[in-house]
Design a binder for this molecule. Structure first.
Ligand SMILES: C[S@@+](CC[C@H](N)C(=O)[O-])C[C@H]1O[C@@H](n2cnc3c(N)ncnc32)[C@H](O)[C@@H]1O
Length: 194
């Protein structure tokens, strides 16, 4: 795999596996939360495949990603209720960005949290951005602790959510995708800022 997500930006939106992952993540999101009139943060939004679907129902979406080229593809879509931020999420960014500081009803992270350098710390920052009663929803490849590769077990997600200060959360395996190595399961974590 390339060192930089920029290298994937051009072909991302035409990758059938990526499109299917996004479609199924969106379906599982709609099965669990109501997007109507909500302010949403799409963390690790990439080219905005999920951002675009969500923007059709939500009142507004803020989409953040550190990859300049991924964000450039998203900006090229000219979605009128989407605000794109090309940056890592840091405390300093939150302190200086009024759009982020005003908070979100729903935060989604589709195949993004497995790629951050500090999962636990990122969850704490995301919790700061969640309004009371808001939901954080993440999807990642399901991976048991001893298995190689990128992803999380249900237990690891639940432990990290608990340690980030969430008291109400659940995990499930809402879908799987067929790959060259067989069926790959996707784990979904949902936490409420109760
Ligand atoms: C597998 S892609 C998923 C993109 C998008 N969510 C989607 O479903 O199409 C992973 C994304 O995570 C982003 N990413 C990597 N490190 C990140 C970080 N520290 N914070 C936020 N996003 C990050 C990458 O730039 C990339 O766009």
């Amino acid at each position: 795999m390339s060192e930089s997500w920029d290298d994937y930006a051009d072909g991302w939106d035409s990758n059938e596996a990526v499109i299917l992952y996004c479609q199924k993540a969106h379906e599982s999101l709609l099965n669990n939360v109501d997007l109507e009139g909500r302010k949403v943060l799409d963390f690790g939004c990439g080219t905005g495949l999920l951002t675009e679907r969500i923007s059709n129902q939500a009142s507004s979406v803020v989409a953040i990603d550190p990859s300049k080229k991924m964000i450039s593809v998203l900006k090229g879509k000219h979605l009128n209720n989407v605000h794109a931020i090309n940056s890592e999420l840091t405390q300093e960014l939150i302190d200086n960005d009024q759009v982020l500081r005003s908070g979100f009803d729903i935060i989604v992270a589709s195949s993004a949290l497995a790629f951050v350098s500090d999962y636990q710390e990122t969850l704490k920052l995301l919790k700061l951005l969640l309004r009371k009663g808001g939901f954080l929803v993440q999807w990642d490849w399901l991976k048991e602790r001893e298995e190689p590769g990128i992803g999380f077990s249900e237990e690891l997600i639940e432990l990290a959510l608990e340690q980030a200060g969430f008291s109400k959360y659940s995990t499930s395996v809402p879908f799987s995708l067929e790959g060259s190595d067989g069926s790959m399961k996707v784990v979904m974590g949902i936490a409420e800022n109760a």
